[in-house]
Design a protein around this ligand. Structure first.
Ligand SMILES: NC(=O)c1ccc[n+]([C@@H]2O[C@H](COP(=O)([O-])OP(=O)(O)OC[C@H]3O[C@@H](n4cnc5c(N)ncnc54)[C@H](OP(=O)(O)O)[C@@H]3O)[C@@H](O)[C@H]2O)c1
Length: 316
């Protein structure tokens, strides 16, 4: 099977690479092409089309995105080109050629009102340009598959939140700051679920590949994909720093020296949803229907493993 992965240099793209390359099926069953900005700039639809035509994937994974949330306010056109037009081009090809297409979206498609977990079918209402561009991407993918769908063509749009992996992210920023400064202030009134890129890549492949590494059927649609539990940025920062200290990393700021502040005390160019909680019942049911383990791990277990791995590789 030919697998095409866009976004090879991002957190999720690297997680896919790690997972697919480590799989015993990697060389026997799959031929995988990892594509980054150098190989194909996603703002050029013709480049995406040529790649797909030449490689003829059966599974296509779009781990690339314009993720600079604040910068998107200044250049919404660029954000829309990468987050809406590019996935539309991919989805149109996938729908017409019987390809399985995995795409990723975000909690930022919601306005974050209320305190309940969002369901997949609840109305979206993005607050900023990044969220709007990702919402437009979701709609474009859904539309492409509604218009034409060859046998075997299917898609999953995984809406996720607070992703961390091999790359720059909130946790690594906090760990760096805690090494340099005796005290930190972190927002405590925005709630969500930190998501390991490695876990996300893993569950994505579990949904669409069977144990032999062959594509399998699953219901196309949007799926919320985050681990179990919830926290706020302050809780996440505290746990990350405490875990690093327990792993033997010297820190200037202890967990207790991380002080909670309200979001309005840390204004940013793009508004963020206050409530990013998303129900994963739909994805868990899909897992259960496929005979897969449908209990997702707790976010804090995954986070601890991540920080310990960073410590072991001297990356803090
Ligand atoms: N990070 C989060 O907290 C978060 C939260 C919710 C949802 N998500 C979604 O999860 C998915 C994966 O996110 P991530 O954290 O892995 O993102 P990431 O680390 O920022 O990686 C995104 C990748 O997309 C590539 N890219 C951007 N513009 C491009 C262009 N014009 N042409 C080619 N490649 C381009 C980037 O290339 P360069 O490396 O060359 O810049 C980068 O490697 C995305 O769909 C994102 O919207 C992320």
């Amino acid at each position: 099977m030919n697998i095409l992965v866009f976004g090879k240099d991002g957190q999720l793209g690297k997680a896919f690479q790690r997972l697919l390359d480590a799989s015993p099926l990697a060389s026997e069953v799959h031929q995988t092409l990892y594509v980054g900005r150098v190989e194909c700039n996603l703002s050029e639809p013709s480049c995406i089309q040529k790649l797909m035509r030449d490689f003829q994937p059966q599974l296509m994974i779009n781990a690339a995105a314009y993720t600079a949330v604040d910068k998107a306010e200044q250049e919404p056109d660029v954000a829309f080109a990468i987050n809406a037009t590019a996935p539309e081009v991919m989805a149109r090809y996938a729908a017409k050629h019987g390809v399985t297409f995995l795409h990723y979206s975000t909690d930022y498609v919601f306005d974050g009102s209320g305190t309940k977990c969002y369901l997949e079918n609840q109305p979206i209402n993005p607050l900023g340009a990044y969220g709007k561009s990702k919402a437009a991407g979701e709609l474009a993918v859904e539309r492409a598959f509604q218009e034409v769908s060859y046998p075997g063509a299917r898609y999953a749009i995984f809406r996720t939140s607070w992703v961390y992996g091999d790359g720059g992210n909130f946790i690594r920023t906090i760990l760096r700051l805690a090494k340099e400064l005796p005290e930190l202030r972190v927002i405590e009134d925005q709630y969500g679920v930190p998501t390991s890129a490695q876990w996300l890549a893993n569950i994505s492949l579990q949904l669409c590949l069977d144990q032999q590494g062959c594509l399998r059927g699953f219901p196309s649609g949007i799926y919320h994909a985050v681990p179990a539990g919830e926290t706020n940025w302050h809780g996440l920062a505290r746990l990350a720093v405490q875990t690093a200290i327990e792993a033997g990393i010297p820190m200037k700021a202890s967990g207790d020296a991380i002080h909670p502040i309200p979001a309005k005390g840390y204004p940013l160019p793009a508004p963020r949803p206050m409530n990013s909680r998303m129900s994963t019942q739909k994805l868990q049911k899909a897992f259960s229907d496929l005979g897969l383990v449908s209990k997702f791990p707790q976010w804090d277990e995954l986070l601890r493993d991540y920080v310990v791995e960073l410590a072991n590789h001297q990356l803090i």
